[in-house]
Design a protein around this ligand. Structure first.
Ligand code: HIF
Length: 332
């Protein structure tokens, strides 16, 4: 399997890795990110070489891009009145392909621009988020797509009232489809704790960080036309809060009676939903412990979410040494 090779190659010294890559038996995509860092992308058979240099602009440039993203979040005709949740989902799905063992995947590369990865079932509907950001890309061409999507995730969190998330520029865009992550790296909503752990441990997260991240399901909703599931998790899907944890514990969750995929609704109103994977956070005792902490302690949730989300966005990115760490000012 290609990945096994990638993970071994990625740990070799550059010269040995280059020799291994020349071997016809080892088919991996290779990128030179920056001038010195050798990055091997998990890739199908047709590997393409890729040379890119990250551009680092002034902090003011990124703040202006942040402001431009903030300006396009609100739209009363879209969903619950904001594109912020779907932009956050884009940022997370771009980053959530990371595999710590091989150093492949992650937000670097913006490989969801290519058909192969855009077409993964888990990414259904994210063309809407990508299209929404095109105007900002046109105005800030020195921002790579990879940086733009990640920055948009931070803007979404902050503009919905969430914590500040320190952010660094320096991601580059892969130039060939061969850099795409394989299908199956993002979580399957129909599965439970073992699967959720396998996916997030692969990225290097622990149980506490996984539960902190899960709080983002306070935001947005499921769409039958995208995932097949239906409805919002909370009553305030455009406000960042610890409500997801509170409703998980406080509501009685029953199986929804419908012809769609198995999901849960709150027994009282039937308006709120949980995925089977969400239910794992209250069914599994080690996860539940943190759900109880975050349901009671909103400040701790905000702090822990910020740290875990920053880690998600930075996993696998070979940041240039001169990349500043920026805390964006919220836009009114
Ligand atoms: Fe989601 N997630 N996610 N998710 N997600 C959906 C929507 C959003 C999972 C499945 C789904 C995280 C983890 C998991 C957001 C953010 C995050 C949908 C519905 C599904 C099925 C898509 C649709 O139909 O439009 C699973 C199985 C996860 C592992 C537990 C993260 C922690 C919660 C990492 C995360 O940040 C957001 C925001 C949305 C809403 C998108 C929208 O368009 O409103």
């Amino acid at each position: 399997m290609a990945f096994r090779f990638v993970s071994r190659v990625a740990r070799l010294a550059p010269a040995a890795a280059a020799a291994a890559i020349r071997s016809p038996a080892v088919k991996v995509g290779v990128a030179l990110a920056g001038s010195a860092t050798l990055v091997a992308f998990a890739a199908p058979a047709t590997a393409q070489p890729l040379k890119t240099t990250p551009t680092v602009k002034s902090e003011a440039y990124y703040q202006a891009a942040y402001d431009a993203v903030s300006d396009l979040l609100e739209d009363l005709d879209y969903d619950d009145g904001s594109y912020a949740p779907v932009l956050l989902r884009l940022a997370w799905h771009a980053a959530g392909t990371y595999d710590k063992a091989s150093g492949t995947g992650g937000s670097n590369g913006a490989t969801m621009r290519f058909k192969a990865e855009a077409g993964h079932g888990a990414n259904a509907g994210l063309h809407i988020a990508r299209a929404r950001l095109e105007g900002v890309k046109a105005k800030y061409p020195d921002l790579s797509y990879a940086d733009l999507w990640s920055l948009a995730g931070v803007a979404a969190v902050q503009q919905m009232g969430g914590p500040t998330v320190p952010w660094r520029p320096g991601r580059v865009d892969a130039s060939a489809e061969s850099a795409c992550s394989p299908d199956g790296r993002l979580p399957d909503a129909a599965k439970k704790a073992d699967h959720v752990r396998a996916i997030f441990y692969r990225m290097g997260f622990n149980d506490q960080e996984i539960v902190a991240l899960a709080g983002a399901h306070a935001l947005g909703r499921c769409h039958t036309t995208r995932s097949g599931y239906d409805g919002p998790w909370t009553r305030s899907p455009t406000t960042f809060s610890n409500e997801y944890f509170r409703v998980l514990l406080e509501e009685k969750w029953v199986e929804k009676k419908w012809s769609g995929p198995k999901q849960y609704v709150d027994a009282k109103s039937g308006d709120l939903m949980m995925l089977p994977a969400d239910m794992a956070f209250v069914e599994d005792p080690a996860f539940r412990k943190y759900v109880e902490v975050y349901a009671k302690d909103s400040d701790r949730f905000f702090r822990d979410f910020s740290a875990a989300f920053r880690k998600l966005e930075e996993n696998g990115v070979p940041f240039p040494k001169d990349a500043p760490t920026i805390t964006f000012r919220r836009k009114d």
